[in-house]
Design a protein around this ligand. Structure first.
Ligand code: ADP
Ligand code: ASP
Ligand code: MG
Length: 415
């Protein structure tokens, strides 16, 4: 008998009919002799609806109350799902994060899982029940309900699979797996059969929302193979697993985009030791995360420019903080744009191949797309471009790196 954790996202449980279909799918696996733990998201649109309600009460909703509110979406779907299982003649029990216990820190709206008590789940499984767990939520040490951040149900599922030492962790969603780029943007996107934890971490952190990044961190840490697949077909999906030799042969595995960032520039900054710290300390003190930073070379007049990116939701606050700092240090103008996209290419093979970044730059240049910021790591290159070119850039890069072909090109072919 195998213990299987299955997670279904919001679109998979978006209507009563879909919940019943998911129950059937889970029961097929149970009746084949498996123990089933099912993690569910809120029905599609529900978390957004709750956030919208909160914003009608308070401009910046109280984080503790926000979690109290947001967690209700998953409570609804697990209760309905358990009813569907019972209606189909089997037995199930729904459990919230604090009933299990999924212990977290107390950073509301982006809490981290610190521990999971597997005792209750195992006891229910041993009584022959399908255990249905609310995704995305946990409980802090003072008993307050917490949530794990948007997309957090993936993390609940992988963390549970690790804690229960499950035989399999399956993430069911509205596409057939992890693709070379978002299949809803590029119709040439190809499903990847197997992808390494490190590549998936980069893809997730650079915008591929098909898996929440923290779920991949858990999977890598506890060596949980994750199978991402479709709720609506039986097709084999993508396995997220440890890196192997075959994966190194691929130079670029995927193209991602992130439209959630904004770019800010401060000009005429005195080029002196300590200036970067003066500029960025108030920003980090305000819990604003800065992503890419570029400082121009002093061109001779003792002044420099600095450009960086922050989350779009932090744009106005950061502009204000920076304007205050500019007045203090006698810098020049502060300006920026919210209409940007970060486009990235990712692949473990980049470690051993040169020229990938320059190929990316020339592909964008050929399309007349200007690059305003660049950052690289061992296995990725990211460029910030104007948002209106997002689809064009993705398709051009996907074509140039021949990602629609399953046999990756060798270095000489693409340079
Ligand atoms: P769920 O509600 O099941 O958690 P999400 O909406 O969070 O589903 O994630 C699935 C979506 O991720 C897909 O519909 C797709 O548009 C998007 N996506 C972005 N990049 C990729 C990619 N590289 N591969 C697959 N899907 C991707
Ligand atoms: N319901 C939450 C969200 O929409 C968590 C999840 O679906 O993973 O972000
Ligand atoms: Mg998701």
């Amino acid at each position: 008998m195998a213990l299987i954790v299955m997670k279904f996202g919001g679109t998979s449980v978006g209507t009563p009919e879909k919940i019943k279909a998911v129950a059937e799918r889970v029961l097929r696996s149970k009746r084949a002799g498996n123990q089933m733990v099912v993690v569910l998201s809120a029905m599609s649109g529900e978390t957004n609806r709750l956030i919208d309600l909160a914003q009608q009460m308070q401009e910046l909703p109280d984080p503790r109350e926000m979690d109290m509110l947001q967690s209700t979406g998953e409570q609804v779907s697990i209760a309905l799902f358990s009813m569907a299982v019972k209606a189909a003649g089997d037995d199930a029990i729904s459990l919230l994060g604090d009933q299990i216990k999924i212990q977290t820190d107390s950073v509301f709206t982006k809490a981290r899982i610190e521990g999971i008590d597997s005792e209750r789940i195992m006891a229910e499984l041993n009584q022959g029940k399908v255990v249905t767990v609310a995704g995305f939520q946990g409980v802090a040490s003072d008993g307050s309900i917490t949530t794990l951040g948007r997309g957090g149900s993936d993390t609940t599922a992988v963390a549970l699979a690790a804690a229960l030492m499950a035989d399999s962790c399956e993430i069911y969603t509205d596409v057939e797996g992890v693709y070379t780029t978002d299949p809803n943007i590029c119709n040439k996107a190809r499903k990847i059969d197997r992808i390494s934890y490190d590549e998936m971490l980069e893809l997730a952190s650079l915008g591929a929302k098909v898996l929440d990044i923290r779920s991949v961190t858990f999977a890598k840490q506890y060596n949980v193979p994750v199978h991402v697949r479709s709720t609506f077909t039986e097709t084999e999906g993508t396995w997220v697993v440890k890196e192997d030799k075959e994966m190194e042969g691929r130079i670029v595995s995927g193209v991602t985009y992130n439209k959630n960032e904004a770019r800010i520039t401060i000009t005429g900054v005195p080029d002196q030791p300590g200036i970067a710290s003066k500029i960025f300390t108030p920003i980090s003190d305000a819990d604003i995360i800065v992503d890419m930073i570029i400082q121009n070379q002093d061109v001779g007049n003792g002044l420099t420019d600095m450009t960086f990116t922050v989350m779009r939701t932090d744009y106005l606050r950061t502009m204000q903080l920076l304007q205050d700092m500019s007045d203090k240090i006698g810098a020049g103008d502060v300006h920026g744009s919210e209409n940007i996209t970060k486009i990235s290419i990712v692949g473990v093979g980049m470690r051993n191949h040169s020229g990938i970044a320059s190929t990316m730059f020339s592909v964008l240049a050929k399309e007349g797309i200007n690059i305003s910021l660049i950052s690289t790591s061992e296995i990725k290159v990211s460029c910030v471009i104007e948002e209106k070119y997002t689809e064009l850039a993705i398709r051009a890069l996907h074509d140039a790196f021949e990602l629609d072909k399953s046999d990756p090109p060798v270095e000489e072919d693409i340079i």
